[in-house]
Design a protein around this ligand. Structure first.
Ligand SMILES: Nc1nc2c(ncn2[C@@H]2O[C@H](COP(=O)(O)OP(=O)(O)OP(=O)(O)O)[C@@H](O)[C@H]2O)c(=O)[nH]1
Ligand SMILES: [Mg+2]
Length: 332
C-alpha cells in the first residue's frame, strides 16, 4: 500500500500538466512497443493495460466536462505528434480510435490502449490508439544514391556504414568504379535505411530508373571540386527529376569533396545548377566530404526528417498495404 501510495505520488508529480502526462504515457508506450517491434509485432491494448500506471489511472471514475471535445482534440493531436516523433512515422499513418472493436482485432494492425487523465479539468478519458502502420514503424527507407561517375557515391556509402553501423566501411583506396549495385544498410535514430548506390558512368545511367519506383528519397552526389563536370551532373539530375516514378521523392544534393581546396560551397552549387524541376519536392543542398565525413550527419538527419514528412512515404506505405485500416473517429 505504502509502495502504491508512493507510486501514485510520484505519478501525480509527473502528471502536472497535460504535456507531461502524455510524455509519461509515451514513455510506457515506446518501451513496450519497442519490445514488440523486435519480434516484428506490435502490441495489443491488453498488454499495455496491465502496466502499473495505466491500471492506476483506469480505476478512476469516468467523467466528462464541458470542454471535453476541445481537450480531447488537443490530446489527440499531441499524442499523434509524439507518436510521430517516437516512431518516425508520418502523422497520417497514426490513427486514433474511440474504441477497439473485435473486428479490428482481426486486422493486421495492432492496438494500444492509453489512458488519459487531465488533472486540470478533472476529466478522465480513455483513448484507444490504433497504430495502423505498426509494421511501418520498422519500415526500411530506401534511398537511391545517384550522380555521375567519380562523384564519390560509393565512397559516401562506405563512410555512411562507418558512421552509422558497427561495420567499418571500405577505405577509399579499395573502392573501384561501380558497375552493378552496392547496397548498404544502416540504422539511424531507430530508423532503418537501405541505400542503393548505382554506377554513374554514361552507359550505366539507364539502369537508374529501375530503382525509382521503390525509392523513398534520392541522394544526388556531385563532385564540388570539379566544375568542368557540373553541366553533365546538372543534365543527369534534371532527367532524374523529370521521371514520374520519382514524383515527390525528397532530394538531397551533396556538394561532395569539401576537403579539396577548390570545392564550391553548397550555395554556389545550387546557384550553378539553377534547378527548375524541383516543384514542391523537399530538397536540400549540403556540403559534405565522403573522405572526412563532414556534413554527413546533418545531411542524414535532414533526409530522415524529409522522408517522414514526405507524402511519397505515405504513398509507398499504402502501396505496400500497411496503411489500410478502419475509418478514424474524431473526438470522443
Ligand atoms: N578528396 C576527396 N575525394 C573523394 C571524395 N569522395 C570520393 N572521392 C574520390 O573520388 C573518386 C571517385 O569515388 P567513387 O566513390 O568511386 O565515385 P562514384 O561516384 O561511386 O563513381 P562510380 O561508381 O563510377 O559512379 C575516388 O578516387 C575517390 O577516392 C571526397 O570526399 N574527397
Ligand atoms: Mg561507385
Amino acid at each position: 500500500m505504502v509502495e502504491e501510495g508512493r507510486r501514485e505520488q510520484k505519478l501525480m508529480s509527473v502528471v502536472r500538466t497535460e504535456m507531461s502526462l502524455w510524455r509519461l504515457y509515451l514513455l510506457e508506450f515506446s518501451k513496450r512497443s519497442a519490445l514488440a517491434d523486435e519480434e516484428g509485432n506490435g502490441l495489443y491494448g491488453s498488454e499495455l493495460e496491465t502496466s502499473n500506471s495505466s491500471r492506476r489511472l483506469q480505476r478512476r471514475p469516468m467523467q466528462r466536462c464541458s470542454d471535453a471535445p476541445s481537450q480531447a482534440m488537443r490530446n489527440q493531436n499531441f499524442l499523434r505528434f509524439c507518436l510521430c516523433r517516437s516512431y518516425r512515422a508520418s502523422p497520417s499513418s497514426i490513427k486514433l480510435y474511440q474504441s477497439v472493436s473485435d473486428s479490428n482485432r482481426d486486422s493486421a494492425a495492432r492496438f494500444i490502449t492509453c489512458t488519459g487523465f487531465q488533472p486540470d479539468v478533472g476529466m478522465i478519458s480513455t483513448i484507444n490508439v490504433e497504430v495502423v502502420a505498426m509494421k511501418a514503424f520498422k519500415t526500411e527507407f530506401h534511398v537511391l544514391i545517384l550522380g555521375i561517375d567519380k562523384a564519390g557515391k560509393t565512397t559516401l556509402l562506405e563512410k555512411l556504414k562507418t558512421l552509422y553501423s558497427n561495420l567499418e566501411g571500405l577505405p577509399p583506396d579499395r573502392i573501384v568504379p561501380t558497375v552493378g549495385l552496392n547496397i548498404g544498410r544502416i540504422e539511424a535514430s531507430n530508423t532503418k535505411l537501405m541505400f542503393w548506390d548505382l554506377g554513374g558512368q554514361v552507359g550505366l545511367r539507364t539502369i537508374w530508373e529501375k530503382y525509382y519506383e521503390e525509392a523513398h528519397a534520392i541522394i544526388y552526389v556531385i563532385d564540388a571540386a570539379c566544375p568542368s563536370r557540373f553541366e553533365d551532373s546538372k543534365s543527369a539530375l534534371e532527367k532524374v527529376l523529370r521521371h514520374e516514378d520519382l514524383q515527390g521523392a525528397p532530394l538531397l544534393i551533396l556538394a561532395n569533396k569539401q576537403d579539396l581546396p577548390g570545392a564550391v560551397t553548397a550555395e554556389e552549387l545550387a546557384r550553378y545548377l539553377d534547378l527548375k524541376e524541383l516543384d514542391e519536392r523537399l530538397y536540400l543542398f549540403e556540403a559534405v566530404s565522403a573522405y572526412d565525413g563532414r556534413g554527413i550527419k546533418d545531411a542524414v538527419d535532414w533526409l530522415m526528417d524529409a522522408m517522414e514528412r514526405s507524402r511519397r512515404t505515405e504513398t509507398l506505405r499504402i502501396r505496400a498495404g500497411v496503411a489500410a485500416g478502419p475509418i478514424p473517429t474524431v473526438g470522443f
